[in-house]
Design a protein around this ligand. Structure first.
Ligand SMILES: NC(=O)c1ccc[n+]([C@@H]2O[C@H](COP(=O)([O-])OP(=O)(O)OC[C@H]3O[C@@H](n4cnc5c(N)ncnc54)[C@H](OP(=O)(O)O)[C@@H]3O)[C@@H](O)[C@H]2O)c1
Length: 325
């Protein structure tokens, strides 16, 4: 948000110790929480922490077998008191997102916290079911569409507990700084005019743009639905050792496994900042962007631009509308 402090890359990636202990997360026995991509990495550790605090967690991801394996492991962890269930969701397919929203509404009357955590990075060039480049299709449009369809349940959460606004946390990234200089450009939404058509730089730019769109989404929803007792935020979780970018090309895999991994934080540490955005008490500013461990920080300048926030939301809605069920 305008006025949020600039926090250096160095401090974001070697952060000071957290001030707010996760043990301060309240008892979540009556809370309904959705974690997209909860079967792996940061999402998995987020689910584990929620279960320690007795939440009813829905693990929303695309592969039943990977979800089942994660759930089996989660249930074996010590101090686990909450519940976890799988609901199928492929953010790369509008039909799957719609089916998820429908199935979920048949099970639950509200959502108290939504962690928009799932994402892909540096994937080999692939497209979603409706033909969008994977980073933009899954991370940006899919996540925005899911949030749109879940709004009635999120609003119901806000009504159910007036003293604890519903929270929606978008897992963005420091890498949003790699979006093209114009950020999101409605005239060139997939950055085709500014990027090389393929290759490493193009992949990084699209990942950066998709993560920048998460920030725009959070701020758009905050302005549009914040008055429904919902707080929308975005976070950079840190540089975290996970399965992200595991299917990238050999160069990325080498850098990840043999160069960067030694300075990365664990997935458990990576879960901290989104848990902070989900549960830290009082005073959380809607639309804020947090970096490890739970510090509000400035994004690139265009992140504050209301026109850019609206332009991304309009574009995402229009793209979805081009592919009716
Ligand atoms: N690791 C980092 O350093 C870092 C830094 C900044 C931001 N982030 C962000 O953190 C988030 C979590 O990533 P991670 O590092 O924990 O990586 P991860 O271990 O690869 O987890 C990513 C999760 O997203 C799920 N996912 C991917 N595509 C999906 C789709 N089409 N539909 C539904 N779920 C899908 C994956 O499910 P599958 O098992 O089916 O693939 C997996 O559960 C991502 O949004 C990422 O951009 C990570």
């Amino acid at each position: 948000m305008t006025g949020a402090p600039q926090i250096s890359s160095l401090s974001q990636h070697w952060p000071p110790k957290p001030k707010w202990p996760l043990s301060d997360i309240p008892d979540l026995s009556d809370r309904v929480i959705v974690v997209t991509g909860g079967n792996s990495g940061i999402g998995y550790e987020t689910v584990a922490e929620l279960m320690r605090h007795k939440a009813k967690v829905y693990l929303a991801t695309r592969s039943k077998s990977r979800a089942d394996a994660a759930i089996e492991q989660l249930r074996k962890l010590p101090d686990i008191n909450g519940s976890v269930e799988f609901v199928e969701l492929d953010l790369g397919d509008f039909r799957s997102i719609e089916a998820f929203a429908k199935n979920f509404a048949a099970r639950e009357k509200r959502i108290d916290v939504l962690f928009n955590n799932a994402g892909v990075a540096c994937t080999k060039p692939t497209t979603t079911a409706q033909g969008y480049e994977a980073h933009m299709g899954i991370n940006a449009i899919g996540t925005h569409y899911l949030t749109t369809l879940l709004l009635p349940l999120l609003k119901a959460g806000g009504v159910a507990h007036p003293d604890f606004p519903t929270r929606v946390v978008f897992t963005s990234s420091y890498m949003h700084i790699l979006a093209p200089p114009k950020g999101f450009d409605a005239e060139d939404p997939l950055a085709e005019k500014v990027s090389p058509p393929f290759g490493f730089n193009r992949m990084l730019q699209l990942y950066g743009l998709s993560k920048f769109c998460n920030i725009l989404s959070a701020r758009y929803f905050q302005r549009s639905y914040g008055s429904d007792n919902i707080i929308f935020t975005s976070v950079h979780p840190g540089a975290v050792r996970t399965n992200l970018a595991n299917d990238a090309n050999a160069v990325v895999s080498f850098i990840k496994d043999y160069v960067v991994s030694y300075v990365m934080i664990s997935a458990k540490q990576g879960a901290y900042t989104q848990l902070y955005a989900g549960f830290s008490p009082g005073g959380l500013i809607g639309g804020a962007y947090f970096v490890p461990y739970g510090r509000e920080a400035a994004t690139v300048e265009q992140g504050n631009d209301i026109k850019a926030q609206d332009a991304f939301a309009k574009w995402a809605d229009e793209e979805v509308a081009k592919h009716p069920a």
